[in-house]
Design a protein around this ligand. Structure first.
Ligand code: FUB
Length: 454
């Protein structure tokens, strides 16, 4: 309780420090440190906005420990869903460390995650590719893009004629090339280095189109000095020549050492996603997601943004739940043992559920990642033929044992509120098993964690 009060106090303090307007929407997501947001709206659902992000590990003050990625979605810029871990260095056989910036693309019916990780054998950054049938992942590693060396900070841009381009950049250089149809390699003769056309450029390219022009935005180092600020350049063609414009997110209060962002039009508004250190409260610390409306001048130049805590919801309190599919297992940092994934229950329309809790040691486990110690409400969707007793343990390493719960039989699928749990900063597991299981069919569909931030 004391902790919860402290947390509420520090969130309020942040709002007061960064704006006089109380609750707002920056930082955009308050339960997890995340950075490098890539925003997308996928074909077929213009109502939903997706964010693909990297993840700063709680308690670290540098980027060498970055290990995994998250996906978020919203349909109203007020209520958000965090789908948990969607890929980690552990799931990428060729990689060893540095889960840095990412992007995603919908291509021929599948969703591809482009990510930067350091390769085991060479020690250099590669541009990895993961694939999923659904936008929220998890993603399965399928290799890396051939022809790209030191491939940090990928951004994929599909032009109106359906040509796929890859942009990437690191340490003062930004490159671009056409991708081959399978996305797994670039067309070497199309490769260009754009750095000399981009004032102060350092890394993190992103391309969007406005009124027929290509806008290449990127974090740059003013006069070669940290921290980064956000700049842009414009061109009539995706591969340049680009004309340098100006900064569109200059230094602001509570910036982090880096910035990195994406620009997208959603429901008739242009939005700039980026990051800061507002949630960790310091400079050069763990980063948090930011979003601000972006406006153009009549001549097509971008009006500089001064981030404020009102953000996209214009001060309306926002909400983000963590939605964890039981069947995702190891791909999302979870596990199951003795149980199996099925999807044949009559009337079930999801991807899968976990069943087969035949003996007490059979279990399903999901991973919950948060920035700080916090309380949360835990919900679960399940189906059971009879009343039963469950063991549900929540904590970093199961050390915060939480409960033996009597759960009722259900009438088909039911989502139930299991009560309040304590989460620790960093990785937590939710571990479910059943005590009295003989002849009982139990099916677990998903868990929902609702962090109590405000
Ligand atoms: O988040 C890790 C790295 O920091 C990114 O790849 C860079 O763009 C910078 O934001």
């Amino acid at each position: 309780m004391k902790h919860a009060k402290l947390l509420v106090f520090s969130v309020l303090l942040c709002s007061i420090i960064f704006s006089s307007n109380g609750f707002g929407q920056n930082p955009l997501i308050s339960h997890i440190y995340a950075a490098d947001p890539s925003a997308h709206i996928w074909p077929g659902d213009s109502n939903k906005l997706w964010l693909y992000t990297s993840h700063d590990v709680a308690g670290t003050n540098h980027y060498a420990t970055m290990f995994d990625y998250h996906v978020f979605s919203t349909t109203d810029l007020v209520n958000w869903v965090d789908y948990g871990r969607v890929l980690s260095v552990d799931d990428v056989d060729w990689a060893i460390s540095h889960g840095w910036a990412i992007d995603a693309v919908y291509w021929h019916g599948k969703y591809y995650l482009f990510f930067s990780m350091v390769e085991k054998v060479s020690g250099m950054f590669r541009t990895g590719i993961g694939v999923s049938d659904v936008p929220q992942g998890p993603f399965t590693n399928i290799g890396y893009v051939k022809g790209v060396e030191w491939g940090q900070d990928p951004a994929v841009f599909i032009d109106d004629d359906n040509t796929p381009y890859l942009f990437w950049g690191l340490e003062g250089q930004i490159f671009a090339a056409k991708l081959n149809e399978d996305l797994l390699s670039i067309i070497p003769e199309s490769k260009v280095e754009l750095s000399s056309q981009l004032f102060e450029c350092f890394e993190g390219p992103w391309v969007h189109k406005y009124k027929g022009k290509y806008y290449l935005s990127y974090p740059g180092l003013p006069k070669g000095e940290w921290p980064e600020e956000m700049y842009y350049a414009t061109s009539d063609k995706p591969l340049g020549l680009y004309k340098s414009q100006s900064k569109y997110i200059p230094l602001f209060k509570g910036h982090s050492s880096t910035n990195h962002g994406s620009i997208i039009k959603y429901k008739n508004n242009w939005i700039a996603f980026h990051h800061s250190s507002w949630l960790s409260g310091g400079v050069f610390e763990e980063r948090s997601l930011m979003a601000d409306y972006l406006y153009y001048n009549p001549d097509g130049t971008i009006k500089p943004i001064i981030p404020d805590s009102l953000g996209l919801s214009k001060g309306k309190p926002t909400n983000c739940i963590i939605f964890l599919e039981a069947e995702n297992g190891k791909a999302a940092g979870g596990r199951f043992e003795g149980t199996q994934v099925e999807n044949s229950f009559p009337g079930y329309s999801g991807k899968g559920y976990v069943t087969g809790f035949d003996v007490r040691r059979d279990y399903v486990e999901v991973l919950v990642q948060v920035a700080k110690d916090m309380k949360a409400t835990l919900k679960m969707r399940y189906a059971a033929e009879k009343d039963f007793t469950a063991d549900i343990l929540v904590g970093p390493k199961m050390i915060v044992g939480w409960g033996v719960l009597k759960l009722n039989k259900t009438n088909g699928w039911e989502e139930v509120n299991l009560g309040e749990v304590e989460l620790k900063a960093g990785d937590n597991k939710i571990h479910f098993s059943s005590r009295d299981n003989i002849n009982i069919s139990i099916k677990i569909d998903y868990f929902i964690v609702e962090p109590k931030i405000k």
